[in-house]
Design a protein around this ligand. Structure first.
Ligand SMILES: Cc1ncc(COP(=O)(O)O)c(C=O)c1O
Ligand SMILES: [Zn+2]
Length: 446
């Protein structure tokens, strides 16, 4: 796939150094080309020459930027610009993304049986998901390449993020979503931010295949996580966690896996910090997939070849993906970090979500794979009692209210999900007597 946008030439001094490199055959491509794949079909990394970077100085520089009130370094992505996308500032489209909180997991930690458990809440990004960290770079790259339109296939959060960043800088955005399979909070954002939204007949994997073809034929810039610049931005989640922990490296990161871009970014970022001597060990990465959409886990457990899942199914619609584009990068990162891949059931996802929500933190279903997966790994003794664990909560609780209300009203039985920790609303007459009765009865009638 080769594109060359005609509106203006690419100013290569705008990018200090770097090249694209196939993770499979190691072929290199110049950054003047817009590319998402190698000729061999492998995915591409954005690489830079780390031998010219002084890790100690870089860390000091990042520390000095912490707490910037305005400007580029008020972003929790561009704070780490040197290892993200070192382009001229004029191209950069930012919403001061990142800077998300790192919570003590509280009740969710007790539930998982992990004492030192933190939850990094990426749902606190401007559009409510971690996608904003990648999207600030994806849309910046679109401007760098003089594109006038951007596109993505999406289970919802990518489209919300892309439409927002495109609106900020005046690019057109085209969204491909699977018909009827996207949480309402996300669809609402995509429409509100002005994305041209095309609901296709088929699932996310069909949409992903179509958008790649469309972008190639219609000269539209693709900002799915197959885009190497997206991955660069998402590395900042890990950088920010380390900075929040005063550079004490946790033992584990536990992260949900769908299209598998986010965990690939996390491992790439950790690897680069390690190579620069900024950290002395790479934390172990546990990728958690929903059992009904788990091609990486199947491959990991059976040590067989990669095989897509044909009809992925899960209530965690954000990760309802059967043919993840970044499976190879993801596997590479799990191996680098001596990590693991695990699955969780629908019931485990929703019960873990009830606990994250009851802890007062709240997140959307896919996010809670982190807690469900951490619990499963702790129960199995893979995560041990003295280890420090960071779970990534990828999206905001408000993204998918149907799943929340369905669980608490115990209306998800058809999907095999019981409202184990349901907190159902109680219908009563508008009288003090009825209130007294409702407050004193236990359990209350529904
Ligand atoms: C809330 C949420 N969690 C997890 C994921 C999975 O991330 P990735 O596709 O990078 O594996 C997504 C992707 O859409 C998401 O929206
Ligand atoms: Zn290749």
């Amino acid at each position: 796939m080769y594109l060359n946008y005609s509106r203006g030439t690419i100013n290569m001094t705008a990018m200090i150094q770097g090249w694209l490199e196939c993770i499979r055959c190691k072929r290199k491509y110049d950054l003047t080309e817009v590319r998402y794949n190698c000729g061999c079909g492998g995915t591409l990394d954005l690489r830079r020459d780390l031998s010219t970077v002084d890790g100690r100085k870089l860390k000091r520089r990042w520390e000095n930027r912490w707490g910037a009130k305005r400007g580029l370094y008020a972003s929790g992505v561009w704070r780490y610009k040197e290892l993200i996308f070192d382009c001229e500032e004029d191209y950069i489209v930012t919403r001061q993304e990142g800077n998300t909180r790192l919570y003590d997991a509280g009740k969710a930690g007790e539930y998982a049986g992990i004492k030192n458990f933190y939850l990094k809440h990426e749902g606190e990004n401007p559009t409510g998901s971690f996608k904003d960290r990648g999207m600030t770079c994806g849309v910046t790259a679109a401007r760098f390449y003089h594109a006038s339109s951007v596109a993505c296939a999406s289970t919802g959060n990518t489209s919300a993020s892309m439409a927002s960043y495109a609106a900020v800088c005046g690019l057109k955005s085209v969204i491909f979503i699977p018909e009827g399979k996207i949480a309402y909070g996300k669809l609402a954002q995509a429409l509100a931010f002005g994305g041209k939204t095309l609901q296709i007949k088929g699932n996310f994997d069909d949409a992903m295949a179509l958008v790649q073809q469309v972008c190639s034929e219609l000269n539209i810039y693709l900002v799915n996580s197959i885009n190497p610049f997206r991955i660069e931005g998402q590395k900042a989640i890990g950088f920010e966690v380390l900075q929040q922990l005063d550079w004490k490296v946790p033992d584990w990161f536990v992260i949900p896996g769908g299209n598998l871009g986010n965990n690939s970014a996390l491992s790439k970022g950790m690897r680069e910090l390690y190579d620069l001597g900024i950290i002395a060990k790479i934390p172990r990465i546990a990728v958690i997939q929903a059992a009904g959409a788990a091609p990486l886990a199947a491959m990991w457990k059976t040590r067989a070849g990669y095989a897509p899942v044909k009809n992925p199914e899960t209530i965690a619609t954000a990760i309802k993906i059967g043919n993840p584009v970044s499976w190879e990068k993801s596997l590479r990162g799990v191996n680098w970090s001596h990590g693991v891949v695990e699955t969780v059931t629908e019931q485990e996802i929703m019960d873990a979500k009830a606990m994250v929500d009851a802890a007062g933190i709240g997140a959307e279903p896919a996010s809670c794979c982190s807690v469900a997966g951490a619990k499963k790994l702790a129960d199995a003794g893979i995560i041990t009692a003295d280890e420090t664990v960071v779970g990534i909560l990828t999206g905001n609780i408000l993204k998918d209210p149907d799943a929340v209300v369905g669980y608490h009203k115990n209306e998800l039985r058809a999907m095999g999900i019981e409202g184990t920790y349901a907190n159902a609303p109680i219908a009563i007459e508008a009288t003090v007597e009825a209130v007294r009765k409702a407050l004193s009865c236990s359990p209350c009638p529904q």
